[in-house]
Design a protein. Structure first.
Length: 139
C-alpha cells in the first residue's frame, strides 16, 4: 500500500462534498502538473490519501481511498492527463495545519513543505502515522 496527499481548495471541493459522494466516490481530476500526474499514475487500488484543504485553511482534514486506478481525465481536451477515483473514508477529529506540520521535525521533509505548489504527492508511512496521530484518527 502507498500513501499520498491530495490538495483541494475547499471553496471548490471540500471534504464535506467528498463525503457526500458516498461509496461510489468521484474522479480526482483537473491535475495539469506533469509531476503530480505521474504520481496519479502510480496510485494503486486501496492506496490511502490525505485530503488537504489548500489556500483556505491549509490543513489535512481527512482520508480518502483510491477505488479506481488512473484513467483518462475527461476534463482534459488534450488527452494527456489522468484522474483516479477516490472515496471518502474518514474525517480528522482535529485538522492538522501546515504550520503544525512545519513545526514537527519528524515530518519536516515532506513535499508539502518542500514543493508547496504540488497538488498530488507521496507521503511515507512514518509521516502518515504521525499525521494520523496528530489528527486523532486511526486508519
Amino acid at each position: 500500500m502507498n500513501y499520498w496527499l491530495l490538495k483541494s481548495e475547499p471553496d471548490l471541493w471540500s471534504i464535506e462534498q467528498q463525503k457526500k459522494t458516498g461509496v461510489k466516490g468521484i474522479a480526482w481530476d483537473g491535475v495539469r502538473n506533469y509531476q503530480a500526474a505521474k504520481y496519479l499514475k502510480s496510485m494503486e487500488l486501496g492506496d490511502l490519501c490525505f485530503f488537504y484543504h489548500s489556500n483556505i485553511g491549509k490543513e489535512v482534514v481527512g482520508v480518502v481511498e483510491v477505488i479506481k486506478e488512473a484513467f483518462l481525465d475527461k476534463s482534459d481536451k488534450s488527452k494527456k492527463f489522468v484522474a483516479v477515483q477516490v472515496r471518502f473514508l474518514k474525517k480528522f477529529k482535529s485538522p492538522v495545519s501546515l504550520a503544525k506540520i512545519k513545526k514537527t521535525k519528524a515530518i519536516s521533509h515532506l513535499l508539502l513543505i518542500k514543493q508547496s505548489r504540488l497538488s498530488v504527492m507521496p507521503v511515507d508511512y512514518k509521516s502518515w502515522k504521525i499525521i494520523c496521530k496528530m489528527g486523532k484518527i486511526k486508519i
